[in-house]
Design a protein around this ligand. Sequence first.
Ligand code: PRP
Ligand code: ZN
Length: 205
Amino acid sequence: MKKTRIALQSKGRLKERSVEFLRSKGLKFPENGEGLLTSCSNADIEILWLRDDDIPEYVRCGAADFGIVGENVLQEQKSGLRIIRKLGFSKCRLVIAVPKNSRILELADLEGERIATSYPSLLCDFLQSRNIHATMIPLSGSVEIAPEMSLSDAICDLVQSGNTLKIHNLRELKTIFESEAVLIGNSEKNLNFDTVARGRATRGK
Ligand code: PRP
Ligand code: ZN
């Protein structure tokens, strides 16, 4: 029988809590030091270790049956995947922020300005809904440094503790999306996660 496969982030902020969540369901498995596909020792389940951005695609096409990913990634990719449940950890917000001394004081002031972001799709939807026209500067990370480097006038990025904004003298203008970790599943297979985790975590210890 084909093993059930669960995709987790291989490194980063989601990883530790994702591992904890699966272990709380009784699954025993080594971490990804031992390769990018590890087997549970007490269940017919494999853990696939991926970049978080790639998790929705693996689940969509059925290479993984389940995945744990930030809701921000799902929405940005407009993957339309089935969210089985919100997991209550890795909470963060997608925020538009500007330098403390910026003359941008409200959303309307963003008209015609440059906004650096790793979330162009979510930002674009938000700006459109407010009828604001701005230039998107797409970056894959370290977004908070862009205004200091004169690359942009504002940023749109994730905020968890708020430390990165603080260090770079940025002030929040608006939260545009609230996110947390979610469990997703392939919609064609439509497996029940709890049944899979419970039913299979029975092989020895
Ligand atoms: C994330 C995010 C923010 C920061 C927010 O970046 O993009 O920059 O964490 O966290 P904080 O509010 O607790 O400071 P990450 O460290 O994942 O690196 P990246 O910018 O390269 O994506
Ligand atoms: Zn960042």
